[in-house]
Write a protein of this length. Structure first.
Ligand code: SF4
Ligand code: FES
Length: 257
């Protein structure tokens, strides 16, 4: 290993700094030495923050938790793309080895009218939580717990539920959409329960409540498709179509439901 490799490389981070939601924001440029290809973009921010703290400067605020692509807590816009340069990958899994030719990272919050800035790179994504909350839990009295295999769930329905349950609620789809639409997110949250045996009894109620909350908080869908291109959970565009279908189905119930 050469001395240069041991020392790591130097990158430039242009980070959005904003003291609070009502304060004016601006980009500030930082040179960060000692960056390695194994680091994620969030670890580059960690490295930079260690230095800022040592210098007595306010560190850059950003969200993260699991750093394994599971929790949905992270989310920044990097060089204009929600989550970062690598498609369908959360910010915490954007490693520098994936984009060796990029040395300047312009990092700003997930931008959407529905996500007000709290501080620096942190935004308030509670509008997503409110859509889920209006769906509520499934309140069917199913009696005492039965054997796990007493209620048959057709294999394809179980697979569909698992596919859409993969949504981690990061909000990148909203930030990627020119309209600030949350159709991909809402569709995933509807479809991960819609076809399951007990949940089907409340399918129409959930669809009505969640789509109304979605429309109150987010923009309309114009079928741009940018949402699916940044989604780290691989939620397919069929979730977008499902929003209208689930709502229509409330009035025209299918015979097999
Ligand atoms: S649909 Fe994808 S991009 Fe949107 S909140 Fe869920 S995981 Fe994130
Ligand atoms: S920190 Fe949990 S998904 Fe990125």
């Amino acid at each position: 290993m050469t001395g240069d490799q041991q020392a790591g490389r130097t990158v430039t981070v242009q980070a959005w700094r904003q003291a609070h939601g009502q304060a004016p924001g601006r980009f500030e440029s930082y040179r960060v030495d000692g960056v390695t290809d194994e680091m994620s973009l969030l670890e580059v921010l960690d490295l930079l923050n260690d230095r800022l703290v040592a210098e007595g400067t306010e560190p850059i605020a950003f969200d993260s938790d699991c750093r394994e692509g599971v929790c949905g807590e992270c989310g920044v816009t990097v060089n204009g793309r929600p989550h970062g340069p690598t498609a369908n990958t959360p910010s915490c899994r954007q490693h520098l080895r994936q984009f060796p030719d990029v040395d300047v990272f312009r990092i700003e919050p997930l931008r959407s009218a529905a996500f007000p800035v709290v501080k620096d790179l942190v935004v308030d994504r509670s509008a997503l939580d409110r859509v889920i909350a209006t769906g509520g839990h499934v309140a069917v009295d199913a009696g005492q717990a039965g054997d796990a295999d007493a209620t048959a769930v057709p294999h394809q329905r179980a697979e569909t539920a698992l596919d859409f349950a993969a949504c981690i609620g990061c909000g990148a789809c909203v930030a990627a959409c020119p309209n600030g639409s949350a159709h991909l997110f809402t569709g995933a949250k509807l479809l991960h329960l819609a076809e399951l045996t007990y949940a089907r009894a409340e399918r129409g109620r959930r669809a009505g409540a969640m789509t109304a909350a979605m429309e109150a908080e987010f923009g309309p869908c114009s079928s741009f498709g940018e949402c699916a291109q940044v989604c780290p959970a691989g939620i397919e565009l069929s979730a977008v179509a499902a929003v209208s279908r689930e709502r229509l189905r409330r009035g025209w119930r299918r015979k097999d439901d």
